[in-house]
Design a protein around this ligand. Sequence first.
Ligand SMILES: [Zn+2]
Length: 144
Amino acid sequence: MSDRKCLECNEPLRGRADQKFCNDQCRSAFNNRQLIDSNKVIRIINRILKKNYSILTALNPEGKTTVLLNDLQKKGYRFDYFTCSYTARNNRVYFFCYDLGYCELENCKVILVRRDLNGDLVLPKTILPKDKLNIKQFDSSKIG
Ligand SMILES: [Zn+2]
């Protein structure tokens, strides 16, 4: 007896070797659920990015300021989620959430900036991100 089972309802399959579902109903139920799951991931990440953006907006109303890393942390900023990064000429790496970004400085400080879409903070499209990316992790021992 075959041990192949329908991916949706788990009933044993008796058809072709490549059969995955017992019928079209099971196939579409399965595919719909996959779609809902992937939308859920997008919704969760969008929520994180939105929260990050609102934190940066609140801390940086003027478009440029310096705050403590801890100011971002206290508000629940997720440093592992960002929309793009940029390495400046001085090798400092900026992490952006849309047009608002931050860059880690010395002494547990961060500079907050607003990206000028016409300025030189825009990553040229001809450069692959991996050539520009130099992601450094925050040293958690410095956070306090
Ligand atoms: Zn089925």
